[in-house]
Design a binder for this molecule. Sequence first.
Ligand code: PLP
Length: 273
Amino acid sequence: LPIAADGQTPVRVLTIAGSDSGGGAGIQADMRSFALMGVHACVAVTAVTVQNSLGVSGYQEITPQIVSDQIRAVVGDIGIGAAKTGMLASSAIIEAVVTTCTESGIGGAGPIPLVVDPVCASMHGDPLLAEDALDDLRTRLFPLATVVTPNLDEVRLITGIDVVDAQSQRAAARALHALGARWALVKGGHLRSRDHSPDLLFDGAEYLEVDHERIDTPHDHGAGDTLAAGLTAALAHGYSVPDAFRFAKAWVTRSLTAAYPLGGGHGPVNPLW
Ligand code: PLP
């Protein structure tokens, strides 16, 4: 990747996401990937979670106005090559993000690609999005997305499709694409067997599957964020969506290989070159 030379302004990205006090997921995971990938990370904080390796015990939302103001402040001055959304918490924050991204040329027909990681809950099942905000995610945010990156739980919530095999994974990709995302990335997790993790990308015409060995570790906190952050940084570096997908899949697999234990629960993935 083209890392900026000393004294030069590097490629910039924006993450619109929540903070994880345990340092494993959310903004903190994004920043680790972005730093390693040679991009400068701007941040619009949406919520502050109270979280450790055992789960999320609460969170405080940031006001929609301040979320919008953070986006405007960095886009107008610093300029960004790609953006990513993670935890958005509520309908009001989704609406603020959609309005501000649209006016800033982020996602949709704008020049700045937008990766939407539709975060609904933590791996422990703690909610990170209000139940009544699912519809806004589908109808307001998805049409702006260059790529959406749901895991299988999020696919079920968003499309109602239970992905159990390659056929239902393709059906889910079509359903997500029909909601307006330019590309749908359906992460396979341990869909096929204990040894494989097939992820599927669909642009409305062709399917691209990338299958890596499945890394069996309890320390996978922040894996979804790390994949989406890798994708976002690669897009900012000028990669096409399929190439950014191939890169991000390898990135998260390596990060899982290097994951480490932390506290009494699930440790974080550890992005490394
Ligand atoms: N906390 C925050 C702020 C997040 O953004 C996310 C996921 O995006 C999580 C927690 C959940 O991460 P995990 O599913 O790895 O527990």
